[in-house]
Design a binder for this molecule. Structure first.
Ligand code: NAD
Length: 276
Protein backbone atom coordinates (compact mmCIF):
# COMPACT_ATOMS: atom_id res chain seq x y z
CA UNK A 1 0.00 0.00 0.00
CA UNK A 2 1.27 3.47 -0.88
CA UNK A 3 1.80 5.97 1.94
CA UNK A 4 -1.48 6.69 3.72
CA UNK A 5 -2.98 10.18 3.84
CA UNK A 6 -3.41 11.59 7.33
CA UNK A 7 -5.53 14.50 8.51
CA UNK A 8 -4.67 17.00 11.20
CA UNK A 9 -7.23 17.23 14.01
CA UNK A 10 -8.09 20.42 15.91
CA UNK A 11 -6.08 19.27 18.96
CA UNK A 12 -2.87 18.86 16.94
CA UNK A 13 -2.95 15.05 16.70
CA UNK A 14 -3.13 13.29 13.34
CA UNK A 15 -5.50 10.58 12.12
CA UNK A 16 -5.01 8.22 9.15
CA UNK A 17 -7.85 8.92 6.72
CA UNK A 18 -8.56 5.23 6.11
CA UNK A 19 -9.38 2.87 8.97
CA UNK A 20 -10.76 -0.64 9.38
CA UNK A 21 -14.27 -0.90 10.86
CA UNK A 22 -15.08 -4.03 12.85
CA UNK A 23 -18.79 -3.79 13.70
CA UNK A 24 -20.52 -7.20 13.65
CA UNK A 25 -17.26 -9.11 13.93
CA UNK A 26 -16.62 -11.57 16.75
CA UNK A 27 -13.44 -11.36 18.82
CA UNK A 28 -11.80 -14.01 16.64
CA UNK A 29 -12.92 -12.38 13.39
CA UNK A 30 -11.80 -8.96 14.61
CA UNK A 31 -8.39 -10.30 15.65
CA UNK A 32 -7.85 -11.86 12.22
CA UNK A 33 -9.21 -8.84 10.33
CA UNK A 34 -7.02 -6.41 12.30
CA UNK A 35 -3.95 -8.61 11.71
CA UNK A 36 -4.73 -8.73 7.99
CA UNK A 37 -5.34 -4.99 7.79
CA UNK A 38 -2.16 -4.02 9.63
CA UNK A 39 -0.16 -6.36 7.39
CA UNK A 40 -1.79 -4.65 4.38
CA UNK A 41 -0.72 -1.20 5.61
CA UNK A 42 -3.76 0.07 7.52
CA UNK A 43 -2.76 2.02 10.61
CA UNK A 44 -6.21 2.82 12.04
CA UNK A 45 -8.87 0.57 13.62
CA UNK A 46 -12.39 1.57 14.71
CA UNK A 47 -14.14 -0.48 17.38
CA UNK A 48 -16.68 0.19 20.16
CA UNK A 49 -17.62 -1.29 23.50
CA UNK A 50 -20.99 -2.43 22.12
CA UNK A 51 -19.31 -4.39 19.30
CA UNK A 52 -18.09 -6.87 21.93
CA UNK A 53 -14.76 -7.35 20.15
CA UNK A 54 -12.32 -5.03 21.91
CA UNK A 55 -10.43 -8.07 23.19
CA UNK A 56 -9.99 -9.40 19.66
CA UNK A 57 -8.95 -5.99 18.34
CA UNK A 58 -6.36 -5.67 21.09
CA UNK A 59 -4.98 -9.12 20.27
CA UNK A 60 -4.78 -8.27 16.57
CA UNK A 61 -2.75 -5.15 17.31
CA UNK A 62 -0.51 -6.86 19.87
CA UNK A 63 0.17 -9.78 17.50
CA UNK A 64 1.09 -7.51 14.59
CA UNK A 65 4.54 -6.74 15.93
CA UNK A 66 3.91 -3.03 15.32
CA UNK A 67 4.66 -0.65 18.18
CA UNK A 68 1.46 0.54 19.84
CA UNK A 69 2.06 4.11 18.71
CA UNK A 70 2.11 3.04 15.05
CA UNK A 71 -1.62 2.22 15.18
CA UNK A 72 -4.44 4.74 15.63
CA UNK A 73 -7.07 3.06 17.80
CA UNK A 74 -10.62 4.31 18.38
CA UNK A 75 -13.25 2.96 20.74
CA UNK A 76 -16.58 4.33 21.93
CA UNK A 77 -18.54 4.91 25.11
CA UNK A 78 -21.75 2.89 24.98
CA UNK A 79 -25.13 4.48 25.76
CA UNK A 80 -25.67 2.51 28.99
CA UNK A 81 -22.37 3.85 30.37
CA UNK A 82 -23.15 7.54 29.85
CA UNK A 83 -22.72 9.87 32.83
CA UNK A 84 -19.53 11.25 34.40
CA UNK A 85 -18.40 8.47 36.77
CA UNK A 86 -19.76 5.63 34.66
CA UNK A 87 -17.95 6.96 31.58
CA UNK A 88 -14.65 7.03 33.47
CA UNK A 89 -15.17 3.41 34.56
CA UNK A 90 -16.28 2.32 31.08
CA UNK A 91 -13.12 3.71 29.49
CA UNK A 92 -10.91 1.91 31.98
CA UNK A 93 -12.75 -1.35 31.23
CA UNK A 94 -12.29 -0.79 27.49
CA UNK A 95 -8.56 -0.22 27.93
CA UNK A 96 -8.31 -3.45 29.91
CA UNK A 97 -10.08 -5.42 27.17
CA UNK A 98 -7.98 -3.74 24.46
CA UNK A 99 -4.80 -4.55 26.38
CA UNK A 100 -3.45 -1.02 26.10
CA UNK A 101 -2.98 1.92 28.44
CA UNK A 102 -4.47 4.52 26.09
CA UNK A 103 -6.65 4.90 23.04
CA UNK A 104 -5.97 7.47 20.36
CA UNK A 105 -9.61 8.49 20.15
CA UNK A 106 -12.58 7.97 22.46
CA UNK A 107 -16.06 8.81 21.17
CA UNK A 108 -19.49 9.21 22.75
CA UNK A 109 -21.32 6.66 20.57
CA UNK A 110 -24.78 8.35 20.48
CA UNK A 111 -25.88 11.63 22.05
CA UNK A 112 -29.26 10.32 23.26
CA UNK A 113 -30.62 13.85 23.77
CA UNK A 114 -33.71 12.68 25.67
CA UNK A 115 -31.67 10.87 28.32
CA UNK A 116 -29.71 14.11 28.80
CA UNK A 117 -26.46 12.57 30.06
CA UNK A 118 -24.26 13.51 27.10
CA UNK A 119 -23.00 16.81 28.62
CA UNK A 120 -21.67 14.99 31.72
CA UNK A 121 -20.26 12.22 29.53
CA UNK A 122 -18.38 14.83 27.50
CA UNK A 123 -16.87 16.27 30.68
CA UNK A 124 -15.70 12.76 31.58
CA UNK A 125 -14.02 12.38 28.19
CA UNK A 126 -12.16 15.64 28.80
CA UNK A 127 -11.02 14.31 32.19
CA UNK A 128 -9.85 11.07 30.54
CA UNK A 129 -7.81 13.13 28.10
CA UNK A 130 -6.28 15.17 30.92
CA UNK A 131 -5.40 11.92 32.71
CA UNK A 132 -3.73 10.49 29.57
CA UNK A 133 -6.08 7.53 29.07
CA UNK A 134 -7.21 8.93 25.73
CA UNK A 135 -5.26 11.15 23.34
CA UNK A 136 -8.19 12.80 21.54
CA UNK A 137 -11.89 13.16 22.29
CA UNK A 138 -14.72 13.10 19.80
CA UNK A 139 -18.33 12.18 19.25
CA UNK A 140 -20.51 10.06 17.02
CA UNK A 141 -24.00 10.68 15.69
CA UNK A 142 -24.08 14.19 17.13
CA UNK A 143 -26.45 16.77 15.65
CA UNK A 144 -25.77 20.52 15.31
CA UNK A 145 -27.70 21.07 18.56
CA UNK A 146 -25.88 18.44 20.62
CA UNK A 147 -22.52 19.63 19.24
CA UNK A 148 -23.36 23.18 20.22
CA UNK A 149 -24.29 22.14 23.76
CA UNK A 150 -21.00 20.39 24.58
CA UNK A 151 -18.81 23.09 23.03
CA UNK A 152 -20.74 25.85 24.82
CA UNK A 153 -20.54 23.96 28.12
CA UNK A 154 -16.84 23.18 28.07
CA UNK A 155 -15.06 25.19 25.37
CA UNK A 156 -13.68 21.89 24.09
CA UNK A 157 -14.56 21.06 20.48
CA UNK A 158 -14.64 17.37 19.49
CA UNK A 159 -11.90 16.49 17.01
CA UNK A 160 -14.43 14.69 14.81
CA UNK A 161 -18.01 13.53 14.53
CA UNK A 162 -18.45 9.97 13.23
CA UNK A 163 -21.76 9.83 11.35
CA UNK A 164 -23.60 7.76 8.76
CA UNK A 165 -22.29 8.96 5.39
CA UNK A 166 -22.25 7.23 2.01
CA UNK A 167 -23.18 8.20 -1.56
CA UNK A 168 -26.94 7.91 -0.87
CA UNK A 169 -26.70 9.96 2.36
CA UNK A 170 -24.09 12.69 2.16
CA UNK A 171 -24.84 14.84 5.23
CA UNK A 172 -24.13 18.18 3.51
CA UNK A 173 -25.80 20.43 6.15
CA UNK A 174 -24.00 18.68 9.02
CA UNK A 175 -20.68 18.83 7.15
CA UNK A 176 -21.09 22.61 6.82
CA UNK A 177 -21.44 22.80 10.62
CA UNK A 178 -18.32 20.67 11.03
CA UNK A 179 -16.31 22.95 8.73
CA UNK A 180 -17.33 26.05 10.67
CA UNK A 181 -16.28 24.41 13.93
CA UNK A 182 -13.06 22.75 12.66
CA UNK A 183 -14.46 19.26 13.30
CA UNK A 184 -13.47 16.44 10.93
CA UNK A 185 -16.21 14.33 9.37
CA UNK A 186 -15.78 10.58 9.82
CA UNK A 187 -18.01 8.36 7.67
CA UNK A 188 -19.58 5.26 9.18
CA UNK A 189 -21.11 2.74 6.79
CA UNK A 190 -18.99 4.43 4.10
CA UNK A 191 -20.07 1.75 1.59
CA UNK A 192 -23.72 2.04 2.62
CA UNK A 193 -23.28 -1.39 4.26
CA UNK A 194 -22.52 -2.77 0.80
CA UNK A 195 -25.73 -1.42 -0.78
CA UNK A 196 -23.93 1.47 -2.52
CA UNK A 197 -21.71 -0.93 -4.46
CA UNK A 198 -24.47 -1.94 -6.88
CA UNK A 199 -25.36 1.63 -7.89
CA UNK A 200 -25.21 2.15 -11.69
CA UNK A 201 -23.19 5.39 -11.52
CA UNK A 202 -20.62 3.73 -9.27
CA UNK A 203 -20.33 0.75 -11.61
CA UNK A 204 -19.80 3.13 -14.54
CA UNK A 205 -16.97 4.95 -12.75
CA UNK A 206 -15.47 1.60 -11.74
CA UNK A 207 -15.41 0.61 -15.41
CA UNK A 208 -13.88 3.97 -16.43
CA UNK A 209 -11.12 3.81 -13.82
CA UNK A 210 -10.46 0.06 -13.84
CA UNK A 211 -11.14 0.00 -10.10
CA UNK A 212 -13.77 -1.85 -8.07
CA UNK A 213 -16.97 -0.15 -6.84
CA UNK A 214 -15.69 -0.26 -3.25
CA UNK A 215 -12.43 1.44 -4.28
CA UNK A 216 -14.34 4.14 -6.17
CA UNK A 217 -16.52 4.95 -3.16
CA UNK A 218 -13.61 4.95 -0.71
CA UNK A 219 -11.65 7.20 -3.07
CA UNK A 220 -14.64 9.57 -3.19
CA UNK A 221 -14.61 9.75 0.63
CA UNK A 222 -10.88 10.52 0.71
CA UNK A 223 -11.21 13.27 -1.91
CA UNK A 224 -14.13 14.73 0.08
CA UNK A 225 -11.81 15.00 3.09
CA UNK A 226 -13.64 12.38 5.15
CA UNK A 227 -12.10 9.86 7.46
CA UNK A 228 -13.59 6.52 6.27
CA UNK A 229 -13.72 3.19 8.07
CA UNK A 230 -15.01 0.50 5.67
CA UNK A 231 -15.65 -2.84 7.29
CA UNK A 232 -14.67 -6.25 6.02
CA UNK A 233 -13.45 -9.47 7.58
CA UNK A 234 -12.57 -10.96 4.18
CA UNK A 235 -8.82 -10.72 3.56
CA UNK A 236 -9.06 -9.95 -0.16
CA UNK A 237 -11.61 -7.17 0.46
CA UNK A 238 -9.56 -5.71 3.32
CA UNK A 239 -6.63 -5.42 0.92
CA UNK A 240 -8.80 -4.18 -1.96
CA UNK A 241 -10.27 -1.40 0.19
CA UNK A 242 -6.78 -0.06 0.89
CA UNK A 243 -5.66 0.12 -2.75
CA UNK A 244 -7.04 3.61 -3.08
CA UNK A 245 -4.06 5.95 -2.80
CA UNK A 246 -2.71 5.74 -6.35
CA UNK A 247 -5.53 7.17 -8.44
CA UNK A 248 -7.83 10.19 -8.55
CA UNK A 249 -11.47 10.61 -9.48
CA UNK A 250 -12.03 13.44 -11.94
CA UNK A 251 -14.30 16.39 -11.08
CA UNK A 252 -16.96 14.85 -13.35
CA UNK A 253 -16.73 11.50 -11.54
CA UNK A 254 -16.92 13.24 -8.15
CA UNK A 255 -19.99 15.18 -9.36
CA UNK A 256 -21.68 11.98 -10.57
CA UNK A 257 -21.33 10.51 -7.06
CA UNK A 258 -22.47 13.75 -5.43
CA UNK A 259 -25.65 13.50 -7.53
CA UNK A 260 -26.56 10.24 -5.73
CA UNK A 261 -27.39 12.08 -2.49
CA UNK A 262 -30.93 11.29 -1.36
CA UNK A 263 -32.77 12.86 1.60
CA UNK A 264 -34.37 9.45 2.24
CA UNK A 265 -31.06 7.57 1.98
CA UNK A 266 -30.40 7.07 5.68
CA UNK A 267 -29.91 3.38 6.61
CA UNK A 268 -29.31 3.57 10.37
CA UNK A 269 -31.22 5.26 13.19
CA UNK A 270 -31.86 9.01 13.28
CA UNK A 271 -29.95 10.29 16.35
CA UNK A 272 -32.79 12.71 17.04
CA UNK A 273 -35.45 10.01 16.60
CA UNK A 274 -37.90 8.62 19.11
CA UNK A 275 -35.71 5.70 20.21
CA UNK A 276 -33.17 8.16 21.63
P1 NAD B 1 -19.75 -0.52 5.39
O1 NAD B 1 -20.39 0.57 4.64
O2 NAD B 1 -18.32 -0.41 5.74
O3 NAD B 1 -20.04 -1.85 4.59
C1 NAD B 1 -19.51 -3.07 5.03
C2 NAD B 1 -20.04 -4.19 4.15
O4 NAD B 1 -19.75 -3.92 2.79
C3 NAD B 1 -19.32 -5.51 4.47
O5 NAD B 1 -19.97 -6.19 5.50
C4 NAD B 1 -19.38 -6.24 3.14
O6 NAD B 1 -20.62 -6.87 3.05
C5 NAD B 1 -19.32 -5.10 2.15
N1 NAD B 1 -17.95 -4.89 1.62
C6 NAD B 1 -16.87 -4.31 2.24
N2 NAD B 1 -15.83 -4.23 1.40
C7 NAD B 1 -16.25 -4.78 0.22
C8 NAD B 1 -15.62 -4.98 -1.02
N3 NAD B 1 -14.37 -4.59 -1.26
N4 NAD B 1 -16.35 -5.58 -2.01
C9 NAD B 1 -17.62 -5.96 -1.80
N5 NAD B 1 -18.27 -5.79 -0.64
C10 NAD B 1 -17.59 -5.19 0.37
O7 NAD B 1 -20.66 -0.76 6.71
P2 NAD B 1 -20.52 -0.78 8.28
O8 NAD B 1 -19.82 -1.98 8.78
O9 NAD B 1 -21.90 -0.52 8.78
O10 NAD B 1 -19.66 0.53 8.63
C11 NAD B 1 -18.25 0.52 8.74
C12 NAD B 1 -17.81 0.77 10.15
O11 NAD B 1 -18.37 1.98 10.65
C13 NAD B 1 -18.29 -0.27 11.16
O12 NAD B 1 -17.60 -1.50 11.06
C14 NAD B 1 -18.06 0.47 12.45
O13 NAD B 1 -16.69 0.45 12.78
C15 NAD B 1 -18.53 1.87 12.07
N6 NAD B 1 -19.94 2.15 12.42
C16 NAD B 1 -20.19 3.08 13.38
C17 NAD B 1 -21.50 3.38 13.73
C18 NAD B 1 -21.74 4.43 14.77
O14 NAD B 1 -22.89 4.58 15.23
N7 NAD B 1 -20.74 5.16 15.17
C19 NAD B 1 -22.58 2.73 13.12
C20 NAD B 1 -22.30 1.79 12.13
C21 NAD B 1 -20.97 1.52 11.78
Amino acid sequence: MTEQPVLQMNDGHRIPQLGLGVWQATDDQAEAAVAEALAAGYRHVDTATIYGNETGVGRGIAGSGLPRDAVFLTTKLWNADQGFDSALRACEASLKRLGTDYVDLYLIHWPMPRKGTFPDSWKALIRLREDGLVRSVGVSNFTPETLDRIVTDTGVTPVLNQVELHPAFQQRPLKAVHSRRDILTEAWSPLGQGKALATGAIAAIAAETGRTPAQVIIRWHLQQGHVAIPKSVTPARIRENAQVFDFDLTPAQMAAIEALDDPAGRIGPDPDGASF
